[in-house]
Design a protein around this ligand. Sequence first.
Ligand SMILES: *Cc1c(COP(=O)(O)O)cnc(C)c1O
Length: 349
Amino acid sequence: MRFNLEKLVRPNIQNLKPYSSARSEFSGGASVLLDANENAFGSPAGNGYNRYPDPLQGELKRRVAEIKGISPDRIFVGNGSDEAIDLLIRIFCEPGRDTVITCPPTYGMYGVAAAINNIEDIKVLLTDDFQLDVESVKQAVTPSTKLIFICSPNNPTGNLMCRESVIEIAKEFEGIVIVDEAYIDFAAGPSFIEEFQKLPNIVVLQTFSKAWGMAGLRVGLAFASIEIIDLMSRVKPPYNVSGIAQCALLNALNKRPQITAWVAEALKERARLVSALSNLNIVEKVYPSDANFVLAKVAETNKIYQSLIDKKVVVRNRNNVELCGGCLRITIGTPEENQMLLNALKDEG
Ligand SMILES: *Cc1c(COP(=O)(O)O)cnc(C)c1O
């Protein structure tokens, strides 16, 4: 592979002199901080919130590095993984000229982030069994293709992508392959972080919004080469992760046994839900899942969706999504919530 990062980056980003914030120019332990025009008297939000947060999230990255077994300088922390998606597009794609490849049905934000940046989204449908169509992806690549987005486990289909397919695409492609692992904690397979030695053009996205239970804090992660992480750090807003989020996250990372227990319970409930749904007359098919949701094909989808809402149970209607005709995406809830869903569906016949 002739992967050349410098050639791939937009020239204006390559030449960017990033904003230098007060807190990045001085980060030692001083007792008199008169450099950032903060309120020196205090904060009504609590101790310390009168100060700007660490722009590079040093302590947080060190803790994440320990947990993930990867060097801190290969970690980007963002305002949700959605920020990482947007940054990658802005770093590599020239508006009105460059293109990205997505593989629908998949997470909608890739296409939206591309559209916002006036980047054409070349769509290569997954196969009927929701796997990557490797040959078609390869054929869709043009000299202006900078990024390929792959979601594994995929939203909304729930399956892991065949590992060899992802590796084959990454080996062949001269641009960046982004592997979105928002649901990896629920999956039977390993993370693509393990392929970093062999594949310098992979960026792995993960998030604290799903298994980790912190969607409200807005914190996502990207793992990549030091050079790519450096580019992301230069382009991001200086204080992209709030002090409250950094503080809450550092505390939460000490509660991993709780997360492990919740994931185990979600997996147990997923198995129960798959088998109970499969036994219902209105359910035509339940797709196997490596995530914390299941995709189910049901008769009279829109009608069932609406009658669930009437019973105050909200699922995601994917009936109008390519390859997902007739499907509802159902998040795994607590045992009580799942039972309410099943009872509501049983009423439908
Ligand atoms: C939920 C989800 C995310 C998470 O986005 P955040 O901005 O981190 O909350 C990312 N990718 C996929 C595929 C998702 O389903």
